[in-house]
Design a protein around this ligand. Structure first.
Ligand SMILES: C[S@@+](CC[C@H](N)C(=O)[O-])C[C@H]1O[C@@H](n2cnc3c(N)ncnc32)[C@H](O)[C@@H]1O
Length: 257
């Protein structure tokens, strides 16, 4: 199965212009520090929902990255940027590679977990792929506590004349449930100067810090929340740093439920 989102399917070739890898430098450096906080030395890192590999490209100088994404089209983009990394298609809710890593990184792709059942599955996947003494780092865009309705825009050009601009309008139709909505509008200019427009609605999950910590604890992690340290021009995110105790036995990456 692959993605149902056009942004990560038919439009995936535009991803480097929509969200340029250079914009990930700061958050990747921060993530690297958190990934390095494990009790064990961290060499091998699994990233779940690695997308175009825009974080990974900044992490490969320090770690051996294995990159997993739902979308074959996003994996194809990441292979171009990160040719030295292993790339695998999979769903973070049920992936079982049968091997473990020193650390697991789950950036904004975890936003696509829309209810607690799916979030618990993603957390479980991180746990079974994490070695005892290792760490899993989760960086959702928002928690219930940090969420604010917002409109943002961005995009960039390349040297062939192609360019992309987007507007993202995020709001919460029902604060009583566990998801919010983002309306994306894209203006995509080809090298011939022709501009195409595209609109897509994404639902993304929104959970309280307590829910995160409770699900991480249930999976077997020693977890804590922290406020991201960032110089980016946006509100800092809540991040979740989940250590797998070194005494928690042999990880069951073959399919523990
Ligand atoms: C915003 S993009 C991630 C971008 C990424 N941080 C980067 O560095 O390029 C979100 C990604 O989540 C992936 N995704 C969504 N649901 C997923 C799932 N259940 N399992 C794995 N990947 C998923 C999408 O295919 C998409 O590539």
């Amino acid at each position: 199965m692959t993605t149902t989102h056009r942004m990560y399917g038919a439009l995936a070739t535009w991803w480097p212009l929509i969200s340029p890898p250079e914009e990930y430098t700061g958050e990747a450096a921060y993530a690297a520090a958190l990934l390095g906080s494990a009790e064990i030395p961290v060499h091998e890192v699994l990233e779940l929902g690695s997308g175009g590999g825009h974080n990974a490209v900044h992490l490969t100088s320090r770690f051996t990255m294995t990159l997993v994404d739902l979308s074959d089209d996003m994996l194809a983009m990441s292979r171009r940027l990160n040719p030295g990394c292993e790339h695998l298609q999979g769903d973070m809710r049920d992936l079982r590679l049968g091997r473990t890593f020193d650390a697991v990184f789950v950036h904004d792709a975890v936003d696509y977990m829309l209810d607690e059942t799916d979030l618990a599955k993603a957390v479980r996947t991180a746990f079974v792929h994490c070695r005892p003494g290792g760490v899993a780092v989760f960086v959702p865009d928002h928690t219930r506590e940090t969420f604010q309705p917002a409109t943002e825009h961005g995009g960039s050009d390349d040297d062939t004349g192609c360019g992309a601009r987007y507007l993202a309008w995020t709001w919460d139709p029902d604060p009583a449930d566990t998801w919010v909505c983002t309306e994306y509008a894209f203006l995509l200019r080809g090298a011939d100067g022709a501009v195409h427009t595209s609109h897509e609605t994404h639902r993304t999950g929104l959970f309280s810090r307590d829910t995160w910590l409770h699900l991480l604890g249930d999976a077997g992690f020693d977890a804590q929340a922290a406020v991201e340290v960032s110089t980016d021009d946006r509100l800092p995110r809540d991040v979740f740093i989940a250590h797998r105790p070194s005494t928690s036995g042999t990880p069951d990456a073959l399919g523990g439920s």
